[in-house]
Design a protein around this ligand. Structure first.
Ligand code: C5P
Length: 318
């Protein structure tokens, strides 16, 4: 019988963990269907969503250290606070607290996912921190245990541990994989200047609904799930939907032009991603996506248009 491990400080931790750096790649997410229900008493909205992980990645490297530090480069460098308010630092503390180890690591983040873009970049980084620190510290938690800690950090964080395409319920934290024959979907991701606040987008949706000015709620994910099984991008295009889109368009009216430009460029459909302001467009294939991205940049309706595919894996050591 193996004896239960009881941490007795830094030395024991040094023996158990990885000696070299641990590098984790984590994807961005889009919501193929984002059905927003009523506001709950805890301040969250009940969701019915289909998450989809796409090939725009952040990378987090964890090394041994005597304290907990975070540095970063790429998207948002110089804007994002690197102190205890950062989700990466909060994730490291949450894991250390759960596992009973010292939260010591030198973390470095390379960001490609824009800040406050509706692609769950902050949540992705928290998921990456959990996976990286678990390996660095040798705490050996299961993916389900990590997803449990993730849920306290943010509604999207458990999905980014798992990746792929998954159903999200509750406030989004209850995730179950969508089992489908492998199909790769091709996307154009139009990244806007600046971000939008997620809580503000939910508040705006509540306001629009109270004023009778929002489109009818999407409701169940059944139509989207049936469309995914058909493996035809035209069928999926018709099923995409986002209840937060009205709110994002009210807060950033210029996104209407972005959506129109994508459709004019030949996209099968375009939607706002999550709470925006990023817009995503479904293309027939990779070549078509490249052409649409070039066209979107040429007409200057976004800061940058990137080609991506999905589904891809969640936070993984590389
Ligand atoms: O869970 P997370 O921290 O990402 O949520 C950020 C904010 O978005 C919440 O504080 C809440 O205002 C809003 N939200 C919501 N309903 C959800 C998820 C998020 O109202 N299901």
């Amino acid at each position: 019988m193996t004896e239960a491990w009881r941490p007795d400080g830094e030395d024991e931790q040094q023996r158990r963990g990885a000696s070299g750096p641990v590098k984790v790649r984590v994807p961005a997410k889009v919501n193929l269907h984002l059905g927003v229900g009523p506001l709950r008493r805890d301040g969250y909205h009940e969701l019915n969503t289909v998450y989809h992980a796409i090939s725009i990645h952040d990378e987090l490297t964890a090394r041994r250290g005597d304290t907990l530090t975070l540095t970063m480069e790429g998207e948002g460098a110089g804007e994002l606070a690197l102190d205890d308010s950062n989700l990466v630092i909060r994730a490291a503390h949450a894991l250390a607290g759960y596992a009973g180890v010292l939260p010591h690591a030198r973390l470095h983040l390379r960001k490609q996912i824009p800040l406050a873009g509706g692609l769950a970049g902050g949540s992705a980084d928290a998921a990456a921190a959990l996976v990286a620190c678990d390996a660095l510290w040798g705490t050996g938690l299961s993916r389900d245990e990590l997803a449990g800690i993730a849920a306290d950090l943010g509604s999207d964080v458990p999905f980014l541990i798992h990746g792929g395409t998954a159903l999200g319920t509750g406030r989004g934290e209850a995730v179950s994989p969508v089992l489908a024959r492998p199909t790769s979907w091709h996307w154009v991701v139009a990244i806007a200047d600046g971000g939008l606040s997620t809580p503000a987008a939910y508040r705006e949706l509540d306001r629009l609904r109270a004023a009778g000015a929002a489109t009818a709620p999407l409701g169940s994910t059944d139509g989207l799930l049936a469309a995914l099984r058909q493996r035809d991008p035209r069928v999926l295009a018709a099923a995409l939907g986002n209840d937060l889109q009205d709110a994002a368009l009210a807060m950033r009216p210029s996104l209407t032009a972005t959506l129109k430009a994508g459709e004019a460029a030949g996209a099968l459909a375009g939607i706002v991603s999550g709470s925006g302001p990023t817009c995503v467009f479904l293309a027939v294939d990779d070549a078509d996506a490249g052409r649409i991205a070039a066209e979107l940049e040429a007409v200057r309706v976004c800061r940058q248009a990137r080609v991506a595919h999905g589904p891809v894996a969640g936070a993984r050591i590389v």
